[in-house]
Design a protein. Structure first.
Lengths: 311, 99
């Protein structure tokens, strides 16, 4: 099946789902994302997502069920079970307004911290699989191995090898009871109902039990690498702590818990950047070089091996 | 000298002729009297030559949130306004919105 066919049929499915609930439909359809790991189309107020071809149905079902159970935290799906379409699993969601990438000042750092804290305090349902953050990082590093020669490969791999086995997805995570999002970034928050409802977390693909600090670690890594201003990092962390988030101590230095996951996410982002730069035959840009430089500096400071014990 | 916050050793750096002390552990920065004004003046000269420096608020001592030792030199420092803002413009739309 061609990617184009999937996109066309996914749009048809989204349209059919949208017309189930509304007869007055402006029928404005749009492709929100078309990547190897997910194809997402919108039809009016309905969004259809074709999950990655290797998505495990037994893993997606409990993740979807959890999203349906905590609608104040995760955007709830429109249908309780995935549909099958040309060998891909398809889920349906209400449309929510995303964060505007062109307006950093409007980024909802407080909502992100608050929602994560509530998610982390949610009792884990039986059968919820492991959070997939470390597995995704390992996947990015595996692709770096195959990328070919580049001066940034050595420092990134060296920083990776210094991480504990759980952070490299080579051992179970030290926490098996805390619900985590697994892939938090600013594209994972939407306002529902659009355009100005409350913020909700989206994307359940990596949801699972694991080390909750992983969910704070991408903003932490951005702050550490100079990509996120201190004020915004502080707003996010303070909101998380105000909601009694369990991933970091309630006060003082949070880096005993954040150090390992933030290193792993810096490595993951650096690895993806290098793979892209090699594939396109271009230099690393200034931001990408910041990440590689951070990996190089990790070599002189051993990781703080206390992640997952902050509770 | 020792860091007033975490008591680790502080190291002296020279930034454009201004001496600043940075903690080797928590990356917090200590400025002597007048040094913040001197840095602000230098920064405004760097970003927009010409206009007089704005009156800087009294910020003494300055403590940025804790950052790891492997972080960028500007990551934990309050003087990251210039550098952080610069990277933020380029990095925000892309890095902060993708896996």
């Amino acid at each position: 099946m061609t990617a184009h066919l999937l996109l066309t049929e996914l749009a048809v499915r989204a349209g059919a789902k949208a017309h189930e609930t509304t007869s007055a439909c402006p029928c404005g359809a749009a492709t929100l994302a078309d990547r190897p790991d997910a194809t997402v189309v919108r039809h009016a107020a309905t969004v259809a997502k074709a999950h990655a071809p290797d998505t495990d149905p037994a893993g997606l079902a409990p993740r979807l069920a959890l999203a349906a159970r905590i609608p104040g935290i995760l955007l709830p799906p429109l249908a309780p079970a995935p549909a099958a379409l040309h060998g891909r699993l398809v889920t349906f969601w209400p449309y929510g307004t995303p964060v505007d990438p062109d307006d950093p000042d409007l980024a909802p750092w407080e909502a992100a911290g608050t929602l994560l804290a509530r998610l982390h305090r949610t009792p884990a349902p039986a059968g919820l699989p492991e959070m997939r953050g470390p597995a995704k990082a390992a996947h990015a590093v595996a692709r770096l191995h195959a990328a070919g020669p580049h001066p940034a490969v050595a420092p990134v791999l060296s920083a990776w090898r210094a991480l504990p086995a759980w952070a490299r997805a080579e051992a179970p995570q030290p926490d098996t009871t805390t619900v985590c999002h697994g892939d938090l970034h600013l594209g994972q928050l939407v306002r529902h109902p659009a355009p100005d409802g409350p913020w909700r977390l989206i994307d359940v693909d990596d949801l699972g039990v694991g080390v909750a600090a992983w969910d704070l670690a991408r903003p932490a890594a951005w702050y550490a690498c100079g990509l996120l201003p201190p004020e915004e990092w502080t707003r996010f962390l303070a909101a998380y702590r105000a909601e009694d988030g369990p991933a970091v101590p309630g006060g003082g230095d949070p880096w005993s818990a954040l150090d390992v996951p933030a290193r792993a996410l810096t490595v993951q982002t650096a690895a993806r950047s290098v793979v892209k730069a090699v594939a396109r035959g271009r230099q690393l840009d200034e931001v990408e070089q910041c990440l590689v430089d951070a990996c190089a500096r990790m070599g002189s400071v051993p990781p703080q091996l206390t992640a997952g014990r902050a509770k | 000298m020792q860091c007033p916050k975490c008591h680790a050793q502080m190291h002296t750096y020279n930034r454009n002729g201004v001496q600043i002390e940075q903690c080797s552990n928590c990356r917090g920065i200590f400025l002597d009297y007048g040094e913040l004004e001197a840095l602000t003046r230098l920064e405004s000269q760097w970003s927009q030559p010409g206009p007089p420096p704005p009156a800087a608020p009294q910020g003494y001592p300055q403590a940025a949130p804790v950052a790891p030792a492997w972080g960028a030199p500007q990551g934990g420092g309050h003087y990251g306004g210039h550098h952080g803002g610069h990277h933020r413009q380029k990095g925000f739309g892309r890095m902060l919105f993708s896996s």
